[in-house]
Design a protein around this ligand. Structure first.
Ligand code: PMP
Length: 351
């Protein structure tokens, strides 16, 4: 801290991301990356940009990417917004689309960036408890609010909310912006994008970091009514005129066009999740039903933090959270079959 820090900077509580270790020998199951590489078509498209076009500014509107996303989801390009990872898309949403006078609502166990953005943008918020089974109760959101946001499936629980419940929630708050953060939807959820034409208050965000294996490229998106998208464009254009670089636009567009690769790798992750769940249960873990590329599990006789430390000592990194309600859980990303095997072997020595 220095005397040049304003009270605003002093009061910020920044987000702490999961560890990104340098040792490649580690089995890294802590930040929900995809164990398979991106689509070869995405790599080829980025290579072509690298060879020919980096001299030139990118398209400020990322048009070919918006068209690829619109084509994939059957919406119009003006219903699509793109940014540097969904974290940046969410930053714009928090900055400009939630009301600042009435509290924003989100679950009490959820993505820990939401309260950070509330702090940054001065947004009041209230958290809404999950039920005993760690599920979102939509009826609890039917009260005055300045907006609603939740991941579906939720993070870090992995629990999925059915589309019918999302519709109920949208109908209960027709005057607020409702954001469904679908970072993990491709691993067993059903997207709410099909609802955007009926609910002008709905925004759906997604990322290419998980199911499309491009976390390092930083591309995220939002789909919604064109008026909400236009609002996001106004915010973005007041802030950064070239949000995505040429590699990101080309690589992300090609990733959306390679449906076969995407579907195959998602199926592999889902199949491996089934194996990991069964093995964890065999070791005595209670595992929440997961629709994501990670599982959330606790062992009735073992302390989660000690397990995480024990795993780390043997080269396997998983995520442990200190938040009271979930401090007995581990969040474990689904890896390759070899990584999953290593996880279970080490855990067998600890349980
Ligand atoms: N939403 C949720 C629920 C997440 O878990 C993450 C990943 N940390 C993100 C958004 C952000 O992902 P990215 O910025 O890589 O698109």
């Amino acid at each position: 801290m220095s005397k040049f820090w304003s009270p605003f900077v002093k009061n910020l509580v920044p987000y702490v991301p999961g560890e990104q270790p340098k040792l490649s020998r580690l089995v890294k199951l802590n930040t929900n990356e995809n164990p398979y590489g991106p689509s070869p078509r995405a790599i080829a498209a980025m290579q072509a940009e690298l060879n020919d076009n980096l001299r030139l500014y990118p398209d400020p509107n990322s048009e070919i990417l918006k068209q690829a996303i619109a084509g994939y989801y059957g919406v119009r390009p003006e219903q699509v917004f793109v940014g540097n990872g969904s974290d940046e898309v969410l930053a714009h949403i928090f900055h400009g689309l939630f009301q600042h006078g009435v509290p924003l609502l989100f679950p009490d166990v959820t993505y820990s960036f939401y309260p950070v953005y509330c702090g940054l943008y001065g947004i009041p918020f209230e958290t809404v408890p999950l039920n005993e089974q760690f599920q979102i109760r939509v009826e609890d959101y039917a009260r005055p609010n300045g907006g609603i946001i939740f991941p579906n499936p939720n993070a870090p629980t992995g629990r999925l909310l059915p589309l019918a419940a999302i519709e109920q929630l949208l109908q209960g708050s027709p005057d607020s912006v409702v954001v469904v953060d679908e970072a993990y939807v491709d691993f067993g959820g059903e997207t709410a994008i099909g609802l955007v034409d009926r609910y002008p208050n709905l925004l759906v965000t997604q990322t290419l970091s998980k199911s499309r294996s491009l976390a390092g490229l930083r591309v995220g998106l939002a789909v919604g009514h064109k008026d909400l998208i236009e609002a996001l464009e106004r915010i973005k254009n007041s802030f950064n005129s070239y949000p995505l670089d040429r590699m990101a636009i080309a690589g992300a567009a090609a990733a959306f066009e390679d449906r076969a690769y995407f579907e195959r790798t998602c199926r592999q992750v889902i199949a491996s999740r089934g194996w990991v769940v069964a093995e964890l249960q065999r070791l005595g873990f209670e595992v929440l039903p997961s629709a994501a590329n990670f599982v959330f599990a606790r062992h009735p006789q073992r302390d989660a933090e000690e397990l995480a430390t024990g795993l780390r000592a043997q080269g396997v990194i998983v995520r442990h959270f200190k938040q009271e309600r979930i401090r007995q859980f581990l969040r474990i990303t689904i890896g390759t079959p070899e990584q999953n095997q290593a996880l279970i072997e080490v855990l067998s020595t600890l349980c």
